[in-house]
Write a protein that binds this ligand. Structure first.
Ligand code: SDX
Length: 428
């Protein structure tokens, strides 16, 4: 197979290099295109643009494959351990027992946030969306950790990663408690990552919340399923902000903002609203699917479709299995799960969805699981952010370490006025 391609413009041939990935992917390297030809490429939404080379996550969207550092996602399903996967993504290998213990201790030691930061929660209205508070508070960590303005070696990376991964759950839990007018609960050094988060969310000063094994496993697995997804919108945002040499905290705060939108992580909230809407009898599943196909309705089948997957999103498959298992163990049922199953069945046999390769994505079943373990709807996207954080850190660090990375600065094709004389319309 050739390692170059030839592009002919106005009868002149240009040779462009082809870059190969380890799984056989090929990309035309157009980094010298403008220099050589005077032309740029145009690709709104970056559907055909590789912004970097990366060794973190592999997706084959046609086959429905997702691997973290080469390990298929499904292999994390038994005894799920989010912190082990976070280490894998950030440092490129599974942690040794010593590395795991050291990192766990660091997470425990750094779980608390500065007392003065706690006062900042009071400055937000109680109605504040937790994603807004989360982004603001992650950015505020820059003020408390000037020692991590730059990250120059692996020890520093471990230090900043542990602080962020540990404190995000404290901040997340506090943003929820603030929204409910409840007192803030300190992290408990005896508890591991997930039980400690649930403790800060749900314990009362007079009554301790105890996290059972099913909840612990479900949340660990759910966080793992969200942990990275190569160059998605929020991760690309983190990389873009980081490319200017902005620090990790502020880059991740921007990532939270990007994740919040309904077409990205915010879709998990919209899926639940859609299921509740149908459950209340305001529409049948069939009517909802019909509306989603009607371009004038402004509705979409939320939790369906994906830029990369043209087959089942493997995370949705695991999540559906997990939802069925969880409800069976809890010996209960959720009417919303039945509605989700019905919507999926209708859509997967409808030519509109079949022709466009639209399948359930990660957001379709995640809300059902979060509901089962008692997480309120306004925290769904926050949980996605906690899960995605290791991916953001891994990508920021990969870019930070790369000798070839440059500030991200796309070009444009200008379509505005030609040169126009300034004639003010204001009176003296
Ligand atoms: C995430 O990128 C990632 O990796 C993201 C993510 C991650 O882990 O980081 O996987 C997480 O963001 C999941 C996606 C969550 N969003 C939703 O569930 C919202 C509903 N889905 C869509 O809006 C849409 O499918 C996107 C945003 C997910 C993908 O958008 P694309 O790639 O730009 O596709 P498109 O909007 O151009 O759709 C192609 C066609 C269009 O129809 P035509 O113009 O060709 O006739 O499919 C239609 C769309 O109208 N379509 C849908 C649909 N999704 C796409 N029609 C109805 N319902 C839908 N959900």
């Amino acid at each position: 197979m050739t390692d170059t391609v030839t592009l002919t413009i106005d009868g002149k041939a240009y040779t462009l290099p082809v870059v190969r990935g380890t799984e056989g992917e090929r990309a035309i390297d157009i980094s010298k295109l403008r220099e050589q030809t005077g032309l740029i490429s145009l690709d709104p939404g970056f559907g055909n643009t590789g912004s970097c080379e990366s060794a973190i996550t592999f997706i084959d969207g046609e086959k429905g494959i997702l691997r973290y550092r080469g390990i298929p996602l499904e292999q994390f399903e038994e005894n799920p351990n989010f912190i082990e996967v976070a280490w894998l993504l950030i440092f490129g290998h599974l942690p040794t027992p010593e590395e795991y213990e050291r990192f766990s201790k660091l997470l425990t030691r750094t779980a608390n946030i500065d007392e003065s930061m706690k006062h900042s929660f009071q400055g937000f209205p109680r109605s504040s969306p937790p994603m807004a508070t989360l982004s603001a508070m992650i950015n505020a960590l820059s003020c408390f950790h000037p020692e991590f303005q730059a990250v120059d070696d692996l020890t520093q990376l471990e230090g900043v990663a542990a602080r962020l991964i540990s404190k995000i759950r404290t901040i997340a839990a506090y943003s929820y408690r603030r929204s409910r007018g409840k007192p803030l609960i300190y992290p408990d050094p005896k508890l591991r990552y997930v039980p400690n988060f649930m403790h800060m969310m749900f314990s009362q000063p007079y009554e301790e919340y105890v996290c059972d094994q099913d909840t612990r496993d479900a949340l660990n697995l759910l966080l793992i399923l969200h942990a990275d997804h190569e160059q998605n919108c929020s991760t690309s945002t983190v990389r873009m902000v980081g490319s200017s040499q902005a620090n990790l905290f502020t880059s991740c705060a921007a990532g939270v903002g990007a994740l919040w939108g309904s077409l990205h992580g915010g879709a998990n909230v919209q899926v639940l609203r859609m299921l509740q809407h149908i459950h209340k009898g305001q529409m049948t599943p069939e009517e909802y699917v019909s509306r989603a196909k009607d371009k004038t309705s402004g509705e979409l089948l939320m939790g369906f479709g994906h830029r990369v997957y043209k087959n089942f999103d493997p995370r949705a498959v695991v999540l559906q299995r997990m939802a069925e298992r969880l409800y069976k163990r809890m010996k209960t049922d959720d009417p919303l799960l039945n509605i989700a199953r019905k919507l999926e069945e209708i859509a997967l046999s409808d030519s509109y969805f079949v022709e466009r390769n639209l399948y359930p994505n990660v957001d379709f079943y995640s809300g059902i699981i979060l509901r089962a373990i008692g997480i309120p709807v306004n925290m769904f996207t926050v949980i996605f952010a906690i899960g995605r954080l290791p991916g953001w850190i891994a990508h920021w660090a990969e870019q930070n370490e790369s000798a070839t990375s440059r500030i991200a600065r796309p070009r444009q094709v200008y379509t505005g006025n030609p040169e126009t004389k300034y004639v003010s319309l204001l009176r003296d």
